[in-house]
Design a protein. Sequence first.
Length: 559
Amino acid sequence: MAFQFGDTPAGLSSEILNIAAVLTRKGGLRVPRYQRPFTWTEREVRELIEDLRRAFDRDAKFYFIGQIVLVRNAQGAYEISDGQQRLATLSMLIAYVRDRLPGRAKQFQQLLMEGNTPRLTLRDEDASFFRGFVQEPGKMAELAHHPEIGVDSKDLLAAAAETIESELRGTDDRVLDNFFSFVARCCTLNVVDATERGCAQTVFNTLNKRGSPLSNADIIKSDLIENAGLPDAKATAAARKWEQVEDMFERENFAKLLYMMPFLLTGEKQTSPDDLKAFRDAVERGGGVEAFLFQQLPRYAQALRAIFSCSIDVGKASAEVNRRVHLMKQVEAWDWAPALLAFLAEHGGEHERARRFVQALDRFAFACELSVIDNRLQDTRYAKAMKNCGDDRQLYGPKGALELNDSEQLRFIATLNKSRKRDRLRRLLLMRLEAALPGGHLLSMTDDTSVEHILPRAGGPWWNERFPDKKMREDAAHLIGNLTLLNYDQNREADTKSFPEKRKIFFEFRGNPPIHALTKDFAGVQDWTLEVIEARQERLVRLLCEDWGLIRGMTDQAA
């Protein structure tokens, strides 16, 4: 019997709680200083809202959003070892509803503050910002329109507020009240409590890294093959074909393929990645289980493998197409992938069409990443591009899915000319430029490259004499024309040194690291001035526009 071997060791406990119970736990929730900051982008925030809305619409008894790991600190507060992004975003959603519904503000505010004490406290660097705009009433609308300040965590919180406002502004007040009453009551988490950080870390690592649990892929495979009514020999062949396809990918990449399949088959996103019935329905609507197992899955798998390895064969256009695909893969959201999969599976042998399609998809993907395209229209246009990948009129005509209209083109060019303060977007655009320059390198977000501000953001004695206007100096510092790519050691060494000193670091650094085309671009420049920055800005933006086929928009703008 169990008691013969002693009680279960103390130090861990677990229970299922709804979000209201999690936020109102005695002692409060705190993000410790060693945790990363808020990192969710518009995509993750929008997906959470959509998942919650779908659960509400189908009158689900509960909606499970995963597990969080907490550790009790010496002051009695719970430190969040895992779960910060979800808790912060849910708090922002509740704050939006509080501000929208004055008659219900008190009830929703109780989930955010206990008297004058926040229920959730972010890292020290962000705590007062989060409290002032989110937890104190009446400021969510202001946060949604807050200008970029160059601090990623705060800018992402503001972007999350903007996404929340965009997604919920059209919801009727009564429906909104019912929706978030449902969220507070039925949105559930498995809460693991630990008594010390080491214990919490062990739990986190075990849950995320150890073992090989039965995956969605295994469950889908079993369901399709066992319930398809196939003869034994054909079911065995189907299982073998599935395993051959699965062996082409790492486990998580095969999961990506399965996640995209319902959309590829029907043009409609699955209501939930875990909804087995919806997956089976999509397969039936797409031609049936046999066609899926023996034709569709293998064909799309071959196309996805070529995307992952950048080995798409479209004849003379192969180098250009694979360069663009490599750069699209650096964008966080892979919303572009189903459209490209569909095109390659159906029209991969049409080489010139492939070149045009991938250029347009590349341009559209970056327009989405830079918030040029209204986020509420992105999914619809990607779906249209996927379903009509063989119809040029639907892709490139006046209302084509991948065609940017005049206002979108002008916004795209304007955002390229904007002073960029978000580090990830800066790196992404500079990598894009590097690849487009003659002799440029094809870089990845994981490479040893960082953004160097030639005119330092913080100025410095040498620079302040030459750029005495602080506002102008700060704006110029973030322009593409003032940026290049260095490795991390070079960047740290360059710091706020004078331009003559920086030149030696750029071109004569110890160990002879690669000199990127973006740096070679100004090899002949001996003095760094505002005129140099502006001329380089114009040249580099024009290069991007030409590569993306945006040059018509520049001409229109000039006119």
